[in-house]
Design a protein around this ligand. Structure first.
Ligand SMILES: C[S@@+](CC[C@H](N)C(=O)[O-])C[C@H]1O[C@@H](n2cnc3c(N)ncnc32)[C@H](O)[C@@H]1O
Length: 298
């Protein structure tokens, strides 16, 4: 019978890839598989410690120059900050040649393609909303605002007002600068949306990249509360990563953890929030990974 590899053996294989300056494109699939095998053997606090030590000892994982280094180091203190999200949108690759292949690997992964897919989906929904006269959008957990910026390049976006809210003041400062030329139709707030109240009603209340960090109880509460900010005939849309994700193990190697939910689960949570089934639908963006729960106004 073939011996099963140990976690140490798999980590030393990963170390060899690091020493070879990252995987070549022909090795991307097997490298992804290696992260999946490592995740399967990660069962104890000792395993977590071995992985943390590996990350510290290998420079592509311990420096914010690389995409996965930024994930591992969490320079803003939380996962999925506006900088890593904008680097994903811009397909940023480190200027350090010894690590560039790792960044190409990062951008090849399903999760990252799904983040870019969610931006495309967002711009489509913003455009739908903008077809209404004097349309307004509330963008919850707005991050870098790259989606708003690209939406604002469209002709139909010019008269649509977008209010962007984020807990991280640096994210808001970044978005404000990116959207400086649209300051008459884009506004910002630094707020914790778990506590914030919004006086106005919006044609679209949108949130992506937030609900997948929330436990079910908070998900339901926030969904219920945000619905009160939707204008008549308007819509509430929230995104959440689905569970069919091959890059999950790689993301979790860097401690980027989400609550993955499929379409049925999102539907059930909307019902738990008190919405009639006739008002609920679930979409999926083009990569098939991100789902979007849509709730129509009453
Ligand atoms: C993964 S990013 C998503 C950004 C953007 N929606 C996108 O899809 O490009 C998550 C953002 O949520 C923000 N965030 C996390 N918790 C929040 C909260 N309680 N209230 C407001 N913003 C929050 C973070 O600061 C971060 O900018």
């Amino acid at each position: 019978m073939k011996n099963q590899p140990t976690l140490d053996a798999l980590l030393s294989k990963l170390g060899e890839i690091e020493h070879a300056r990252g995987p070549l494109p022909a090795q991307f699939a097997e490298t992804e598989e290696l992260f999946i095998e490592i995740a399967a053997l990660r069962v104890s606090a000792e395993d977590d410690a071995a992985i943390a030590l590996f990350r510290r000892r290998h420079s592509s994982f311990s420096s914010t120059d690389t995409m996965h280094g930024h994930v591992c180091c969490r320079p803003r203190g939380y996962p999925g900050d506006f900088e890593i999200i904008d680097r994903i949108y811009r397909r940023h690759v480190t200027a350090k040649p010894e690590h560039a292949r790792w960044d190409e690997f990062f951008h090849w992964g399903e999760a990252v393609r799904a983040v870019r897919g969610r931006k495309a989906y967002c711009i489509e929904r913003f455009s739908d909303a903008a077809s209404r006269p004097f349309a307004s959008i509330l963008n919850i957990a707005s991050g870098p605002c790259r989606d708003v910026f690209e939406f604002k390049q469209l002709r139909e976006a010019s008269s649509c007002h977008v209010h962007c809210v984020d807990l991280d003041e640096n994210a808001v400062a970044y978005g404000r600068q990116l959207l400086a030329e649209h300051s008459s139709s884009v506004s910002f707030g630094v707020q914790n949306v778990l506590r914030a109240q919004f006086d106005q009603k919006y044609d679209l209340v949108w949130s992506a990249g937030l609900f997948d960090y929330l436990p079910d109880s908070m998900f339901v509460r926030l969904l219920r509360r945000l619905e009160s900010s939707v204008a008549p005939k308007g819509e509430l849309i929230v995104g959440n990563f689905g569970p069919a994700l091959r890059s999950r193990a790689y993301m979790e190697f860097g401690e980027w953890r989400l609550t993955y939910r499929d379409e049925a689960r999102l539907h059930d949570l909307a019902v738990a929030a008190g919405f009639a089934a006739a008002r609920i639908s679930v979409d999926t963006e083009e990569t098939g990974v991100n789902h979007f729960l849509r709730v129509n106004a009453r």
